[in-house]
Design a protein around this ligand. Structure first.
Ligand code: 6GU
Length: 239
């Protein structure tokens, strides 16, 4: 799978690409990540301007449609596989695990990271990207959101995780919309807090029952919304 990241700050991704699980996945050729500096598509060589003030007034600067469309079209042509285009914006559809699973089935995804107040609306009108938000809060730009999406997608690609920490039972996946049960390792007791007795019992049936119960309790207490069938409509995603 290939990701193309369009950003004004390609260096933000440096540590993430070299200090995480991603580095191994890249080495194994399971994923390829190309970064593209939007400024390289600016028209004027000395200033390399990519933004301008919004018509009608208001705070901040907008990324310009001409620079952005030129960039995206060139990046699209840099590889024969057509790219699914995703624009990161707080106005987008809220990202979740089924959307990560859906993206993991795409051979190529182009992520457009906004900065400032965002993109000129005509970027969306012309390129018709899927617009994605990672939650109801505001980031300074799409870069952290792009890393979030890549991180959640890459771990779903075959061969990235070993069998020992497979993603098939992950919370929020299509087959499992419940929270995970609590887990414990050594020592058996720490500052007066013991590991629940049942986990030391060797009784696998009792352990499975206890874990299911904990999953149900936690989900009821913390995320009752996940148990509401109304919220479990798996809407299609994409254009
Ligand atoms: Cl995708 N971008 C920005 N700038 N802020 C966000 C976001 C994206 N998702 C949540 N907040």
């Amino acid at each position: 799978m290939r990701f193309d990241i369009v950003t004004l700050f390609p260096a933000i991704f440096d540590g993430y690409l070299t200090q995480s699980l991603l580095e191994k996945a890249i080495q194994k050729d399971l994923v390829e990540i190309q970064r593209h500096d939007l400024r390289d598509w600016a028209a004027d060589t000395p200033h390399r301007k990519v933004d301008d003030r919004p018509f009608g007034g208001g705070p901040g600067m907008l990324l310009q449609v001409d620079v952005t469309v030129r960039c995206v079209e060139d990046v699209e042509r840099s590889c024969p596989t057509p790219a699914r285009k995703v624009l990161l914006t707080p106005q987008g559809r809220r990202f979740d695990q089924p959307m990560a699973e859906d993206l993991a089935g795409s051979p190529r995804v182009m992520l457009l990271c906004g900065r400032y107040e965002g993109f000129d609306q005509r970027v969306v009108d012309l390129l018709q990207p899927e617009e994605i938000s990672i939650g109801d809060f505001v980031l300074n730009g799409g870069e952290v959101a792009a890393m979030t999406i890549i991180d959640s997608v890459v771990r779903l690609l075959p061969g990235v995780l070993g069998d020992e920490n497979s993603s098939v039972d992950d919370s929020f996946s299509r087959g499992n919309r419940l929270l995970e049960f609590p887990q414990y390792t050594r020592p058996r007791e720490f500052r007066g807090l013991p590991v629940p007795e049942v986990l030391l019992s060797g009784n696998h049936q009792a352990i499975a029952r206890w874990r299911n119960e904990q999953t149900r309790l936690r989900t009821e207490q913390r995320r009752a919304d996940l148990l509401d069938p109304e919220n479990n409509n798996v809407e299609p995603f994409g254009n």
